[in-house]
Design a protein around this ligand. Structure first.
Ligand code: ATP
Ligand code: MG
Length: 317
């Protein structure tokens, strides 16, 4: 069993594209909500996936309950973040609309280095500070499902860039608050999600170096996702030899359908190869960093659904 700590309000999950950041965000969210924590998953990236996974409509920049007690999600779309920022800054809707709809302004926001990232992170920061009617924090845990490495680095560097570019003024102040939040060891912790494969492991090591270099985001664990289990309990030469014989015997007995025994053996051998490759990279990660590792198995589910993520959540205790 792997324990994931919920002692800081902002839990960031970052990593290479497609390694399972959103999946792990859902698993961690389910686990936290089950433990009684009011949890919000803030999703970034190309497309919104989390609300639809739970059968909900797109979140449209609103906190969307996922049908599980205490668990909500929101997709932090950069354009919506800009609109929200303008509305909040100008208060008067009549003034905000022409700005929001202006193509020139949109082009400027797209082009200005770090600006839309600052606006998106501003929204995240607001959730971190949000209070309920009694003045208590509305969310005990905010999970940021960050964009894939390249965009993620741009995102996490944006406060620094904005501060350097502006030096004073409202954008500078926002960027400073965000930068303080991201670096705060009392409020923030980043876990890196990876696969136990060559490229994701290389990117994980690069990301650790960057966080410890100029970015100063406190690091937690490395979540090694979708690790293939060994195909055989005991992959001894003798056992494999016996299995190689077995398909021929069972084929002779005529008990196979369209998929022949050779195909089944090939799949098992492939899975076993994957399992050994994964084990190699798990060891490499464990040997080359001082961060704790949480290993999550490959879940054999098609199609992927909430119950699949729940299987991973059950392992996070
Ligand atoms: N532990 C696992 N076992 C089996 N399949 C998995 C596992 N984790 C993730 N997957 C599969 O991989 C797919 C991609 O995962 P996910 O969307 O979480 O990746 P991501 O890192 O968020 O991708 P992106 O960078 O595009 O946002 C999932 O839809 C699921 O089908
Ligand atoms: Mg994702």
């Amino acid at each position: 069993m792997s324990v994931i700590a919920f002692d800081r309000r902002l839990l960031i999950l970052s990593g290479k594209g497609g390694v399972g950041k959103s999946t792990v965000a859902v698993a961690v969210g389910l686990r936290a909500a089950e433990q009684g924590l009011e949890t919000l998953i803030c999703e970034m990236g190309e497309n919104e996936k989390i609300a639809p996974l739970f059968g909900r409509a797109a979140s449209s920049f609103r906190e969307t309950p996922l049908g599980v007690p205490r668990l909500s999600s929101i997709y932090l779309d950069p354009q919506e973040a800009f609109n929200d920022y303008v509305r909040a800054s100008l208060k008067l809707a009549a003034l905000a609309r022409p700005l929001i709809e202006s193509r020139l302004i949109r082009a400027f926001v797209q082009a200005a280095p770090g600006l839309k990232e600052i606006m998106t992170l501003t929204k995240l920061m607001e959730f971190e500070r949000l209070k309920d009617r009694k003045g208590k924090p509305k969310y005990d845990l905010i999970i940021l499902d960050a964009p894939a490495t390249g965009h993620g680095m741009t995102l996490f560097r944006s406060p620094m860039l904005a501060m350097r570019a502006t030096k004073v003024g409202p954008i500078y102040q926002k960027a400073k608050l965000i930068s303080d939040l991201l670096a705060d060891t009392a409020r923030t912790r980043m876990h890196i999600v990876t696969l136990a494969e060559e490229m994701p492991v290389a990117e994980t090591l690069e990301m650790i170096a960057a966080m410890r270099g100029d970015l100063h985001i406190p690091l937690g664990d490395i979540v090694i996702n979708a690790v293939a289990p060994p195909a055989f309990q005991e992959a001894s030469g003798e056992l494999l030899d016996a299995l190689q014989q077995a398909p021929a015997i069972t084929a002779a007995a005529g008990c196979w359908g369209a998929i022949g025994p050779q195909a089944v053996m090939a799949v098992a051998a492939h899975m076993d190869g994957r399992s050994r490759l994964n084990a190699h990279y798990v060891r490499q990660l464990q040997d080359s960093t001082d961060l704790a590792t949480i290993v999550l198995p490959f879940v054999f589910d098609t199609p992927w659904n909430v119950a699949s993520a729940q299987k991973l959540a059950a392992l996070l205790r």
